[in-house]
Design a protein around this ligand. Structure first.
Ligand SMILES: [Fe+2]
Length: 252
């Protein structure tokens, strides 16, 4: 299995602080059955210089990959980032923001208010041959209150990610649940968004088990296949998304 959203690189964001923290997180990833990881430290185009960020990320990765025990874990890794939404993204070199050797990039939105320009920015990224992966879509009330807004972005070609902890119900969710999104094929991958062993550990295994129990093994296999397709930069096609409809006050 693959984790494509985590804050494991040391000393670069609000995730792992030291190489020892990172190694503890990687060992837990391995316990969770994870064989491939995309490291996705936070990057804010409004506040950070891209070249400085990339240099800091390279340095952080070098420190981790030269640590004792790293090679023995036999986890295949790629560098990426979690980009805070800004219309500035479209002025930037997308190849530098994308997951290493792929055309996929991870974007998070502000939690409370739907920012101006999402649709236009996503369209522009897609037109340039890149695919936005929308991070933890269960977190935004403007999607959970009105899932048609997420449906519209997925219809355009965006991919949506949900956090494992949200799937297993360890965090409170209003409106539409992550399992519902997966069932509608409006969420395509599960990732950990791991930050620390104590507070936000790698936890994908239970989420996959729950998907299997509640939705069936074909959904679990579908989620895993999707993450392989992204990691390997395969073409991603999702022609069977369900358009949510409101009936008797509930989204179905
Ligand atoms: Fe994150």
């Amino acid at each position: 299995m693959i984790d494509m959203h985590c804050h494991i690189l040391p000393g670069i964001d609000d995730g792992a602080k030291t190489v020892a923290d990172s190694m503890a997180l990687l060992k837990e990833e391995k316990n969770q059955g994870i064989k491939k990881i995309v490291f996705t430290p936070h990057f804010n185009p409004e506040r950070q210089n891209l070249e400085h960020f990339l240099a800091a990320r390279d340095d952080s990765f070098k420190r981790l990959s030269s640590a004792e025990g790293f090679d023995e874990l036999k986890i295949e890794t790629k560098l990426g980032c979690e980009i805070y939404f800004s219309m500035r993204i479209i002025e930037m070199e997308l190849s530098k923001l994308a997951f290493e050797n792929t055309n996929y990039l991870l974007i998070e939105f502000p939690t409370n208010n739907r920012p101006y320009g999402i649709t236009r920015t996503m369209q522009s990224i897609l037109e340039r041959g890149y695919t936005p992966i929308l991070a933890h879509v269960e977190r935004y009330e403007y999607f959970t209150d009105d899932p048609i807004k997420l449906y519209d972005l997925v219809s355009m070609g965006c991919i949506a990610q949900v956090n494992a902890s949200a799937v297993t119900g360890n965090v409170s969710i209003k409106g539409v649940s992550p399992l519902q999104y997966i069932n509608w094929e409006l969420a395509h991958i599960i990732s950990s968004d791991a930050h620390s062993i104590q507070k936000r550990p790698p936890d994908t295994m239970d989420a996959y088990k729950l998907v299997e129990k509640k939705l069936g093994s074909q959904y679990k296999e579908w989620l895993i296949k999707n993450s392989y397709d992204i990691f390997n930069n395969n073409y991603f096609d999702d022609p069977v998304i369900h358009k949510p409809k409101k009936f008797l006050g509930r989204w179905r």
